[in-house]
Write a new protein. Structure first.
Length: 232
C-alpha cells in the first residue's frame, strides 16, 4: 500500500520533469519540500486541464466519489487496487476520465508490532522524482450547495519480491514514457491501461530504516528521511 510519502525535489525540477507548461508561482508553491505527507492532507497532483495542458493543483488525499451523499466517516480512500478499478463503482469513472500523476520521490513502509513499528524509507537509489498512478474526482456537498472538494487516490499493485516483507501491496510507479497515455482522457480502454500498472522489477528501489520520528504525522522535516545505520 502507500500511506505516507515524500516530495522534496526542487520545484523547478518537478515542473520540468512532469512537463508542466510555464508553471506560475501558485503552482510552484505546491511543490514546497515535504517529508511526511499523510492521508487527508492536501497534496500536489498533476492532471490534464480543460485546455489540454498539464497543470498542477492541490487535492485532498483520500478520494470522495462525486456521487457520495456525504463525506465518509470511515477510513479515507487513499489507495485503490489497480486490478479492480475498472469495475468498482467508486473508481471506474475516474479510471476512465480523470486520471492523474501524483509526484513523489519516496514512500514509507513499516515492520514490527503495533506500538514499536520500525519505519523504512523506500526510493530510487538516486532519489529521483517519479509519479504514482492516481485517480481524482470532484465532490460537492449535500444538495450541490456545499463547497467543491477535489480529491485523489493512489493506485496499488501486487508487491514485488523486494517489498513483500513489508506489505503484499505497493504503489504503482509509472514509467515516464507512460505519463502521456495515463493523462490522456480520451484513452478509456481498460485493457490498454492495465500494462501501465505492473509492479516495478525487483531490485530497483533502495530500502533503508529511518528514524521513528516519521511515525508522528506532525513531524515533517529532513530528519524523517535520515537513514539509521543500525537498528540496535
Amino acid at each position: 500500500m502507500c500511506g505516507r510519502f515524500t516530495l522534496k525535489t526542487p520545484a523547478p525540477m518537478i515542473a520540468e520533469l512532469l512537463g508542466l507548461e510555464s508553471p506560475g508561482p501558485r503552482q510552484l508553491e505546491l511543490f514546497s519540500p515535504r517529508y511526511n505527507i499523510a492521508p487527508t492532507q492536501d497534496i500536489a497532483v498533476v492532471r490534464t486541464s480543460e485546455g489540454g495542458a498539464r497543470e498542477a493543483t492541490p487535492m485532498r488525499w483520500g478520494l470522495i466519489p462525486s456521487w457520495a451523499k456525504e463525506m465518509s466517516k470511515g477510513a479515507p480512500l487513499i489507495n485503490a487496487r489497480s486490478e479492480t478499478v475498472a469495475e468498482k463503482p467508486t473508481f471506474r469513472g475516474p479510471f476512465k476520465r480523470t486520471r492523474c500523476l501524483i509526484p513523489a520521490d519516496g514512500f514509507y513502509e513499516w515492520t514490527g508490532a503495533k506500538g514499536s513499528k520500525q519505519p523504512y524509507y523506500i526510493r530510487f537509489p538516486d532519489e529521483r522524482l517519479y509519479a504514482f498512478a492516481g485517480l481524482w474526482d470532484r465532490w460537492r456537498g449535500p444538495g450541490g450547495a456545499g463547497p467543491v472538494i477535489e480529491s485523489c487516490t493512489i493506485l496499488t499493485t501486487a508487491a514485488n519480491a523486494q517489498l513483500r516483507e513489508f506489505h503484499d501491496r505497493m504503489p504503482v510507479i509509472l514509467s515516464p514514457g507512460d505519463y502521456e497515455a495515463w493523462l490522456d482522457p480520451t484513452l478509456q480502454d481498460a485493457d490498454a491501461l492495465r500494462p501501465l500498472l505492473d509492479p516495478l522489477p525487483d531490485g530497483e528501489l533502495a530500502v533503508d530504516p529511518v528514524s521513528t520520528r516519521v511515525n508522528k504525522v506532525a513531524n515533517d522535516d529532513p530528519a524523517c528521511v535520515e537513514v539509521q545505520q543500525t537498528l540496535f
